[in-house]
Design a protein around this ligand. Structure first.
Ligand SMILES: [Zn+2]
Length: 480
């Protein structure tokens, strides 16, 4: 167990620096009280960075995960600070940790969810030890610095601040550090949803995703993920006739498969906007350079949407992808000897569905497109549910927007659809609106190396405190 660097002796003094501002904001038909609590953020920064370094040093590479060591580290801190917490697990080495701070119960809880596992490393490609938080030029390097130990640090710090300052909340705040997010959800979110839903049931959930983006030194936008695509992969298997390579039959399984793939490649799946993607393009158009902004406006107009799609396909693949259920052949195999025509060949197709996609209907379209009964379509099974986009008009989204205004007055809040998949899918599927946020990054960092899952993963050192503040202001805004 690692308990180094936890600054316990100082924490009582932080409350001396507590300044409470109460401002009443008038909104049409209602009066809401909004409190803004401010601390000695330097002390909090030092404390949070101490936790962050400890968390990086706990190797939770999945597989095997070993998230229990991290869960125990957190439990120890919660125990000393009198925050109730418990471990829940399918496998004793892969525990999830839930902590809770009670409010008065007049509103339903908020769940802050982070994952405790990390993806593996190729240590030989790193300039530093991936499991030692190493500071260099304003960055901290280490596996998990962006995904997702930054979020654990922020959530932990906010829980401690709520507890130490006896903040009177009108709802419970639940902390969940879940295991197995990186590909083994049965130990983490699936286990918790299926067996301990009562411990994490909530009105809103906050988790990893988005983040603030600075361009030329100014934060231009803060992306909040409100929905995501879901994997609905298939295999295509072609059946032909085996023959000698020198006397080929016309039923060559490799050619049959190639023709099927060519038909898929030539097809453009239909485009569909939803509330999130529509608002995303509208808002992006207000901050993008004029020539790009024009495309973001064109995609919203039925008369010009095709032209814009052509542009995105060539120049902005992520924008092409969020418009549609995307299809990408990723593995092809067939044959075993150079002079034997094989009887079968196989392709794996990575399909990422829009949140409202029906896999069955979509597979039927693909079958009719291929139109060849020598090709079989085999679904791999959907392991993350399609889940409805979370509202961009409710109380939580408005709180997040106010936090953006407070911290980055010149920035736009961008509701965003992720092309990848996260454990928020399972929580959204239970009827909970979920929002993903993340640390401040520069646009060149986002486009360069050192990102999540990459070699030399790194985070701007100052953005740890930014993440704590972002979460703090949001929780206070929506829970007082
Ligand atoms: Zn992650």
């Amino acid at each position: 167990m690692i308990i180094g660097r936890v600054i316990l002796t100082n924490y009582r003094s932080t409350s001396l620096f507590l300044i409470l501002f109460m401002t009443a904001l008038l909104s049409p038909g209602a009066v809401t009280a909004q409190a803004s609590l401010d601390f000695n953020w330097n002390e909090i920064n030092e404390e949070a960075l101490g936790y962050f370094r400890d968390l990086i040093a706990i190797n939770t590479t999945n597989p095997p995960g070993n998230e229990t060591e991290l869960a125990n580290y957190l439990k120890n801190i919660f125990d000393r600070e009198d925050v109730e917490s418990s471990l829940y697990f399918l496998d004793p080495e892969r525990a999830n940790l839930v902590a809770r701070i009670n409010g008065n119960g007049s509103k339903k809880p908020i769940l802050i969810m982070e994952h405790s596992d990390v993806v593996g490393v190729q240590a030989e490609n790193w300039d530093t030890d991936p499991f030692v938080a190493t500071e260099r030029d304003g960055y901290i390097y280490g596996r998990g610095t962006l995904d997702d130990k930054d979020s654990i640090t922020a959530a932990l710090m906010v829980m401690l601040l709520l507890k130490r300052n006896n903040i009177e909340l009108d709802r419970d705040i639940i902390f969940l550090a879940e295991s197995g997010e990186e590909g083994t959800t049965k130990f983490g979110v699936d286990y918790m949803v299926e067996n301990h839903w009562d411990k994490i049931e909530s009105e809103f959930c906050l988790a990893e995703g988005g983040g603030a983006v600075s361009i030329d030194g100014e934060v231009k936008y803060v992306s909040i993920t409100t929905t995501e695509k879901f994997p609905m992969r298939i295999k295509l298997v072609s059946n032909g006739e085996a023959s000698h390579g020198s006397r080929p039959s016309k039923d060559n399984a490799i050619l049959i498969l190639s023709q099927a793939l060519a038909k898929i490649g030539a097809w453009r799946s239909p485009m569909r906007l939803n509330d999130t993607t529509r608002a995303y393009f509208e808002r992006l158009a207000t901050i993008a350079p004029p020539d790009q902004a024009e495309w973001y406006r064109k995609i919203l107009d039925v008369d010009t949407e095709n032209e814009a799609q052509n542009y995105f396909e060539m120049n902005e693949p992520i924008h092409f992808s969020i418009l549609r259920t995307s299809i990408a052949p990723t593995i092809v195999s067939g044959g075993f000897r150079r002079n034997v025509v094989p009887s079968t060949a196989e392709a794996t197709i990575d399909i990422r569905g829009l949140p409202d996609e029906s896999p069955e209907d979509f597979y039927k379209i693909i079958e009719s497109l291929i139109d060849d009964d020598r090709v079989e379509l085999i679904p791999e099974g959907v392991y993350r549910p399609a889940s409805p986009p979370s509202s961009i008009e409710n109380e939580m989204f408005q709180s997040l927007e106010r936090t953006v205004e407070k911290m980055y007055p010149s920035a736009v809040t961008l509701p965003t659809m992720m092309t990848g998949a996260t454990d928020m899918a399972q929580i959204r599927n239970m009827g909970v609106d979920c929002y993903g946020f993340g640390p401040l990054r520069t646009q060149s960092d986002i486009n360069g190396p050192g990102g999540a899952h990459g070699d030399n993963e790194r985070i701007l050192k100052d953005s740890i405190l930014g993440l704590v503040q972002f979460l703090w202001y949001t929780i206070i805004d929506i829970s007082l």
